[in-house]
Ligand binder design. Structure first.
Ligand code: KPL
Length: 295
């Protein structure tokens, strides 16, 4: 399979690196990382180890026509990803991103099946050309509107082939909302309180995270997805326990003084329903971003 990874940050480089063990992979990202990959290859270390030789480029090559475009950019770069991919007509697109509506925005611009996915692998880009797998997880993927599709089966088989444990699921809308509840509960709470994920299991952070997750479940039901408050809070607890020592992606963004994905997570919930906790979390993070000229 010819795979183009759009967004060679930590997760994109890890998944792209694992896929490169069996498939032709092009990593599209920033220098100096992709330049080092092009010159010296990509080293994956940590819980999984390999050295592979994908292509590394800063822009989609004009002659690219991938079987799969894997989108791993931050949510606020999704429209740019859609525009860049439109010219290379991928056969299938898979979004492995945080936040709501990424798949719909990709599908608006691209004339191919767009799959939704979740990924629980942990990854850290240590230096140009080297990504560390900080935790082996699994990928769940399927048609963004639910049901089954040959495209999802093909991508699932390609992932399985390289040892990525993959479930092809018919209920992605439910799974995507549950993931949104997890991110709404954990990410902004950890970023604002400057705590690791596990601290979300203890008061007072646990109250804030649970309230944000319950509001997200209400927004899901409002959108016709059957996610109970209890299931959303349980999912937050499960992920916080499983990733207790991890620094959430939003806390990492704050530490690095980067723009966060709060608009696509807490902001997206507060846009859909009256959600005071998510609105407050989004407002605080937006104020922080504005003070640093990050929005
Ligand atoms: O997806 C995550 C993130 O940090 O963005 C969680 C699940 C919270 C793990 O850190």
């Amino acid at each position: 399979m010819d795979v183009l990874v759009f967004g060679a940050g930590s997760l994109g480089s890890l998944v792209g690196g694992l896929l490169a063990r069996q498939h032709r992979v092009t990593l599209v990202g920033r220098d100096p990382h992709v330049g080092t990959v092009a010159a010296e290859g990509l080293t994956v270390d940590g819980a999984v180890e390999c050295h592979v030789d994908p292509d590394g480029v800063t822009e989609v090559p004009p002659d690219a026509s991938p079987d799969l475009a894997l989108v791993t950019v931050k949510a606020y770069d999704t429209d740019a990803a859609a525009a860049a991919l439109a010219d290379c007509h991928p056969s299938t697109v898979l979004s492995l991103q945080n936040g709501l509506d990424n798949e719909a925005r990709l599908a608006d611009r691209l004339d191919c099946p767009v799959l939704a996915g979740t990924c629980t692998y942990g990854a850290m880009l240590e230096e140009p050309g080297r990504v560390t797998c900080t935790g082996v997880g699994e990928v769940v993927l399927g048609p963004r509107e639910g049901g089954q599709s040959p495209a999802a089966d093909r991508v699932g088989a390609a992932f399985d082939e390289v040892g990525i444990e993959t479930t092809v699921a018919a209920d992605m809308p439910h799974r995507s909302w549950e993931k949104l509840a997890v991110n709404a509960g954990i990410n902004a709470t950890t970023a604002l309180a400057r705590i690791e994920n596990g601290a979300v299991l203890d008061e007072p952070a646990s109250e804030v995270a649970a309230a944000a997750a319950r509001e997200t479940a209400r927004a899901a039901r409002d959108a016709g997805v059957d996610l109970s408050d209890e299931a959303a809070v349980d999912a937050v607890h499960e992920v916080a326990a499983a990733t207790a020592d991890n620094t959430s992606s939003m806390y990492q963004d704050v530490l690095a003084e980067r723009r966060t994905e709060v608009d696509a997570i807490n902001g997206a919930v507060a846009e859909r329903i009256d959600a005071p906790v998510n609105r407050t979390l989004a407002g605080l993070l937006r104020a922080w971003e504005r003070a640093r000229d990050r929005r």
